[in-house]
Each structure stands twice: as C-alpha cells, then as structure tokens.
Design a protein around this ligand. Sequence first.
Ligand SMILES: *[C@@H]1O[C@H](CO)[C@@H](O)[C@H](O)[C@H]1NC(C)=O
Ligand SMILES: *[C@@H]1O[C@H](CO)[C@@H](O)[C@H](O)[C@H]1NC(C)=O
Ligand SMILES: *[C@@H]1O[C@H](CO)[C@@H](O)[C@H](O)[C@H]1NC(C)=O
Ligand SMILES: *[C@@H]1O[C@H](CO)[C@@H](O)[C@H](O)[C@H]1NC(C)=O
Ligand SMILES: *[C@@H]1O[C@H](CO)[C@@H](O)[C@H](O)[C@H]1NC(C)=O
Ligand SMILES: *[C@@H]1O[C@H](CO)[C@@H](O)[C@H](O)[C@H]1NC(C)=O
Ligand SMILES: *[C@@H]1O[C@H](CO)[C@@H](O)[C@H](O)[C@H]1NC(C)=O
Ligand SMILES: *[C@@H]1O[C@H](CO)[C@@H](O)[C@H](O)[C@H]1NC(C)=O
Ligand SMILES: *[C@@H]1O[C@H](CO)[C@@H](O)[C@H](O)[C@H]1NC(C)=O
Ligand SMILES: *[C@@H]1O[C@H](CO)[C@@H](O)[C@H](O)[C@H]1NC(C)=O
Ligand SMILES: *[C@@H]1O[C@H](CO)[C@@H](O)[C@H](O)[C@H]1NC(C)=O
Ligand SMILES: *[C@@H]1O[C@H](CO)[C@@H](O)[C@H](O)[C@H]1NC(C)=O
Length: 698
Amino acid sequence: MATLLFLTLVLSAFAMASAAAPLQGASRDRAALLSFASAISSDPSGALAGWVSLGSDACNWTGVTCHRLKKRVVQLDLSGRGLRGVISPAIGNLSFLVVLDVSGNSLSGTIPPEIGCLSRLQQLSLSKNLLVGSIPVELGFLRQLIYLDLDSNRLSGRSPRTLFCNCTSLQYVDLSNNSLSGEIPLADECRLPGLRFLLLWSNNFEGPIPTALSNSSMLAWIDFESNYLSGVLPSTIFDKMPFLQFLYLSYNNLSSHDANTNLTPFFASLRNCSHLQELELAGNNLGGHIPPLIGDISINLVQLHLDDNAISGPIPPNISNLVNLTYLNLSYNYLNGSIPPDLSRLRKLERVYLSNNLLSGDIPPSLGGIPRLGLLDISANMLTGSVPDSLSDLSQLRRLMLHKNHLSGRIPASLGNCINLEILDLSYNRLTGRIPGDVAALSSLKLYLNVSANLLEGPLPMELSKMDMILALDLSSNNFSGAIPPQLGSCVALEYLNLSGNALQGTLPSSVGALPYLQVLDLSSNRLSGTMPVSLQASVSLEHFNISFNNFSGAIPTEGLFASLTADSFRGNPGLCGSIVGMPSCGTKPARWSIALPILLTVIGTACIICLLAYSLVRKSRTCWCSHRTSHRQSLIAAEEQKQHHPRISYRQLVEATEGFAESNLVGGGRFGHVYKGTLPDETRIAVKVLDPKCGER
Ligand SMILES: *[C@@H]1O[C@H](CO)[C@@H](O)[C@H](O)[C@H]1NC(C)=O
Ligand SMILES: *[C@@H]1O[C@H](CO)[C@@H](O)[C@H](O)[C@H]1NC(C)=O
Ligand SMILES: *[C@@H]1O[C@H](CO)[C@@H](O)[C@H](O)[C@H]1NC(C)=O
Ligand SMILES: *[C@@H]1O[C@H](CO)[C@@H](O)[C@H](O)[C@H]1NC(C)=O
Ligand SMILES: *[C@@H]1O[C@H](CO)[C@@H](O)[C@H](O)[C@H]1NC(C)=O
Ligand SMILES: *[C@@H]1O[C@H](CO)[C@@H](O)[C@H](O)[C@H]1NC(C)=O
Ligand SMILES: *[C@@H]1O[C@H](CO)[C@@H](O)[C@H](O)[C@H]1NC(C)=O
Ligand SMILES: *[C@@H]1O[C@H](CO)[C@@H](O)[C@H](O)[C@H]1NC(C)=O
Ligand SMILES: *[C@@H]1O[C@H](CO)[C@@H](O)[C@H](O)[C@H]1NC(C)=O
Ligand SMILES: *[C@@H]1O[C@H](CO)[C@@H](O)[C@H](O)[C@H]1NC(C)=O
Ligand SMILES: *[C@@H]1O[C@H](CO)[C@@H](O)[C@H](O)[C@H]1NC(C)=O
Ligand SMILES: *[C@@H]1O[C@H](CO)[C@@H](O)[C@H](O)[C@H]1NC(C)=O
C-alpha cells in the first residue's frame, strides 16, 4: 500500500512537470511507465513497486528492456506477475515499444485504444486477463504487428475489419476463448499473406469461413472450433495452404456440398495439404459419405475427428492408407456396413471410437493386431458374432467398450491376458456362459466391469475378489445363480455394486455391507434370504440400497443408513418388517435376528468359512476348500460372525497361529478342503478349516 502511494506521489510530480513542458525521449517513457504502474492496484511479485528503488533509469526496471543506444523502452514484459488493476492509456506514449506482454495477470477494464499509437509494436500479448469490451479499431494502425494474442479474456462485440485488413504483417493471431461475435473480419479485398496461426476457438463468430483466407497460403494452424460458423465446407480455400498442419473446425454449423450430402469436394481440397496432422470436424451435423479419397490425404495425418455428425454409408477401406493415424473418432454418425478388417493396417492407432453408428457384421479379428491400441469403443452398433479371441493380443488395451450390440457366444477367457484393462463393458449383448475366472481375476480393472443385460449364467466367480481397485461392478440382468461370494468384500474400492435381476440365493454377506466406499448396492430381484447384516447399518458411504423382490426376513434395522430409506428399498420381501412407512411392523417379538443368526450361519456354507475346531476334531469332512489367498479376508468375517458361539479370534491371530497358513501347518487337504493346525498365544491348539463354496455346486 505504502509503495503504491509513493508511486502515485512520484507520478503526480511528473504530471506537474509535464504540464510545464512536454516530456520527450526517455523521460516520456519513464512517465508513461509510472502511469502504467499507478493503474495497477495489486502487484504481489513487487515488480512494479521495486521500479523506483531501482533508480531513475527506467531501462533498469524489472520487465523493461530498452534500445541499447537510444535508451528508449522497446519491451515491457510483465507476464504472469499476478497484477490487478487496469491498463493505463499512458502505455500509448511508449512510442518505441516493440513488445508489450502483460499476459497471464488479472488485469480488468478495456483495451486502451492508445495502444494503436504504438506504431513500432510487433508483439501484443494481453491474453489470460479479465479484459472486457471490444477490440479497439485503433489496433488496425499497428502495421508492424506480427503477434497478437488476446485469448482467454472476456472480450465481446464485433472485431474490427481494420485489424485483419491493415495489419498485414500478422503471423500469429489468437482471439480464442472470448465472446467475440459477428463474422470473421477478413474481407475479400484484404489479405494476410504472412499469417501462420489463426486461433479463434470458443467465441461466437458466425457466417462463413472467409474466402480471403485462401490468400494466407502460409497458414499452418487454423482453429475455429466452437463457434457458430455456417455455410458449406470450402473446397477452394485449404487447397492453397500447403503448410497446413492443424485444421480444427469442430462444433460449428458447417455443412457439406450439394445440400449437405457430399463431402468429396472438401476432402479433395485437402489432398494438397501434405503436412496435415490433425483434422477435426466433429459436431457439425455434416452429411454425406466418407469419400474413399480420404486415403489420399496427408500421409502425416495423426488425428481424425469426424464424430457427432450425420455421416452415412460405409467406412471406406481406403482409410487404412493413413498409416500415421493414432486417433480415429467416427462415433455418433450413421455409418453402416462392416468394420473394414484393413483398419489393422493402421499400426499406430491408439484410440478408436466407432460407437453409436449402424455398423453391422462381425468384429474383425484383425483388430487384435494393432499393437498400441489402448482404447477400442465400438459400442452401440449392430455388431454380431462373438467377441474375437484375438483381442487378447492387445497388450496395451485399457478400455474395451463393446456394449449395446448383438454379440453372442462366450466371453473369451483369453481377455484375461489384457492385463492393462481398466474398463470392460460388454453390457446389453447376448453373451452366454459363465464369466471366465481369468477375466474375473483381472486386477487391473480400475474403473468398471459391466456385463449387465446379457444371458450369462453360473455362479459369480470367486476371482472377482481380486479386483481390489475396481470402482463399479455391474452384473445385473443376467441369470447368475448361487451365492454372493463373501470374497466380494475384498473389492475394497467398490462404490457401485449391482447384482439385481439374477437368480442369486443365500444371504447377503456381511463383508459386502462392510465395503468402506460402497455408495450403491442393488440386489433387487434375486432369491436372496436371511437378515440384513449388521455391517450395513454402520455404512457411512451407502446412498442407494435396494433389496426389493427377494426373500429377506427379519427386522429392518433402524439406525444409520436405514433411517433414511423408504419402503421402495424393501418391497416384495414378505418376511421383512420394520418401522419404515409402508412396511409391516415387527410387533413385540424378541429380536428376530437372534433366531435368524443360526440360519445365517448355516446358509453361509455357500461361502468360505473358517471353522474353529478342537485339534482333536480334525477329520476329513465333506466341506469345501478354497484357495486360502482369497479366503483370508473372509476368515476374519467368519470368525466374527461366530463370535457368539466361539471365543473371538481375530484374523490376525489366525494368521499368526497358522504361521500365515504355512504349508508346513497343513494337516489335511485335497478335494474337499484344507485344514491347518495352529497354536494360539494361550497355547490352545486349534485347527482352521478353509471351506470352498464351489464344491457345493458339484
Ligand atoms: C541498475 O540496478 C542495479 C541493482 O539492481 C544497480 O546496481 C545499478 O546501479 C542500476 N543501474 C543503473 C544505471 O541505474
Ligand atoms: C503522453 O505524453 C504526453 C506528452 O508527454 C502527455 O501530454 C499525455 O498526457 C500522455 N498521455 C497519457 C495517456 O499519459
Ligand atoms: C487502414 O488502411 C486504410 C488504407 O490503407 C486506411 O485508409 C485506414 O485509415 C486504415 N485504418 C486503420 C484503422 O488503420
Ligand atoms: C478460457 O478463459 C477462462 C477465463 O475467461 C479461463 O478460466 C479458462 O481456463 C480458459 N480456457 C482455456 C481452455 O484456456
Ligand atoms: C484474395 O483472395 C480472394 C479470394 O480467393 C481473391 O479474389 C483475391 O484476388 C485475393 N487477393 C489477393 C490480393 O491475392
Ligand atoms: C445452422 O445452420 C442452419 C442453416 O444452415 C440454420 O437453419 C440453423 O439455425 C443454424 N443453427 C445454429 C445453431 O446456428
Ligand atoms: C495441388 O497439387 C497439385 C500437384 O502437386 C498441383 O498440380 C495443384 O495445382 C495443386 N492445387 C493447388 C490448388 O494448389
Ligand atoms: C480406394 O482403394 C481401392 C482399393 O485399394 C482403390 O482401387 C481405389 O482407387 C481407392 N480410391 C481412392 C479414391 O483412392
Ligand atoms: C508418417 O509415416 C511416414 C512413413 O510411415 C513417416 O516417414 C513420417 O515421419 C510419419 N509422419 C508423422 C507425422 O509421424
Ligand atoms: C469421440 O466422439 C464422441 C462423440 O462426439 C465423444 O463423446 C468422445 O468424447 C470422443 N472421444 C474423445 C476421446 O474425444
Ligand atoms: C447403408 O445405408 C444406405 C442408405 O443410407 C443403404 O442404401 C445401404 O444399403 C446400407 N448398407 C448396408 C451395408 O447396410
Ligand atoms: C456399465 O456400468 C458402468 C458402471 O456402473 C457404467 O458407468 C456404464 O455406463 C455402464 N454401461 C452401460 C452401457 O450402461
């Protein structure tokens, strides 16, 4: 504060001096700089506050550069210094200024028209501030201007025609991310022969792509994305731009030739752009077919975005000439026919989106031969046949989306080789058989596994417990049977679990209720029974809970989560009672769950249980075995559930007692189960039996 006051005082001293006689040369620059500084209200880096203390020679001031001989200010660079305040019109007095860069601050107010007086200015960077108002017409006087960067402000209104008409030296223009409106101000009689970058994305520009652009044959980078440009995609503008590398026209209102039915003239005009690397035309409602001559455009093409249009017809096999392509997005169109097997010639492809089209036929097995493919989304088409085994060769694959097609057959077990897979969505198909254990064991699945709405059957694979990073698991609307494996409690990251619409039986394992991040649990429309595990009541994360249309019984707990649920969560369970409106009340019977608990424990034979038996009781029994690796977690739960019948022994104590289920402590095992001997700290000798629900199926 004190410093700024001081600056203001100094400034008024100069103002008085200038009233006496017009300042000239270096002192005029100095006065202008001090005026500039006085309009700055906040200067967290102290750059301006330090000016005066650096001496009276402004050429020594932070951010100021002078001509070595003339001692006139040629450069003012105060970018990214957190400055607040306005840009003083006095800046227009720095008549030797060549570079003005105050980008990346929080300057507000308008762009002073006085900047138009800086006839030597070559670089004007005001980007990333809070500037409002329109671009002053006076900027059109800047005939030397090469670099104009006004992006990411709040500029509005029409841009002056003079800017693109008189500033014929311009090479770089960035007006992006403002609210500028009107047509792109490049009149027919004007030309910007040196222009190389024209970035206008995210404004309100309307009207056609100006024809006069064809005079700017040096253009390398055109970004008109996210405006309201309309008219036909030009066929005679881009062909004059042999150096064009990036052409972004997405999210406008452009159409193709012949009443939006013919893309050929536009693509043909791109054949001369031999350096083109990225072409983006998404979201324009473009009609027509992808012309086969797409294979003749730049061999350097790396990205092609044609998504979100109205393009119909087949994907021409010629597209596979574009051998440098890494990204292909054709989703949300009306493409039909089959996926060209030749697509696999695009060996650099990393991300392929063909979703939401009308593609039919089989998934070409050749797609498995694209070595770097990380994402394949061919969902929401009409693809038939099975999921090709060859997809397992895609070692880099992270996301595989095949949902909403007519795929049949089994889920290939080989998909378990895709050890980088994070998302596997096979939902809404006609897949049959079981979930292969190898697929369920994909511990890489971080985001989700969705096999909902298929014809899958059999028990839920125990290997699901290995998905300890997965956020969402949707197995709903299939024909899965058997019990909910308590091992699901090992999927500790789960936020969403949907098992609804299957034929699952048995109880809800308390380990599932104890999942620490679970927000949605849908078990509706199964044949589940037993009481609510107490662990659910304690859940702090659960938001949606649905067990309707099952055979659950007993009293609905009243605490925690249950306090906020309605009868909708419990409908169609004749044995359930509770104080929730719409549910039968439980009467005064003693807590029914104390009766239900033994039943629960009996039923839990479908799960891995650890029974604590006296060592003398060890015998071969008709119980089950499960890999103790997956059962460890469960054994704790089992031990806890039994605490009313047996001394409470923690899982950790069990591990210690059996020396971590060591092979040397294995006393019995084989087809039905494994029994370990152990010794508790109090010298009690115990046997730990590990049971496997799988055997129950045999
Ligand atoms: C420029 O500033 C430095 C301190 O940063 C000082 O040592 C030097 O004397 C100043 N030069 C002039 C010409 O004022
Ligand atoms: C620019 O300098 C002239 C003469 O030195 C002075 O009269 C004028 O007020 C200055 N302009 C601004 C905006 O400070
Ligand atoms: C632009 O140039 C024309 C003719 O060269 C001139 O008449 C006009 O004043 C200039 N406008 C600006 C804003 O520089
Ligand atoms: C666009 O400008 C706003 C400020 O107006 C800024 O917050 C945002 O980061 C900018 N967007 C991009 C992509 O630069
Ligand atoms: C600029 O381009 C337009 C349209 O292509 C053309 O008619 C005009 O002659 C060109 N002007 C110059 C100076 O090249
Ligand atoms: C897009 O252009 C068509 C005519 O080509 C027009 O009818 C429609 O209103 C435009 N849409 C927008 C959002 O500008
Ligand atoms: C495009 O390139 C071909 C061959 O290189 C050339 O004959 C033709 O004139 C070029 N077209 C334009 C519009 O530059
Ligand atoms: C498309 O590919 C086919 C077969 O490779 C070829 O015969 C045809 O000439 C190509 N079409 C174009 C326009 O490149
Ligand atoms: C495109 O591919 C060719 C040959 O395959 C290669 O020489 C060229 O460097 C690639 N271009 C890019 C931009 O990767
Ligand atoms: C591909 O296009 C669709 C539709 O426009 C879009 O939702 C999706 O995000 C695109 N993919 C990427 C990675 O941009
Ligand atoms: C693709 O759609 C067109 C109509 O747009 C139709 O004539 C053609 O037969 C379809 N092709 C296939 C393979 O379905
Ligand atoms: C599959 O499930 C995941 C996780 O719940 C979800 O994000 C995704 O949208 C689902 N897929 C479909 C096609 O509904």
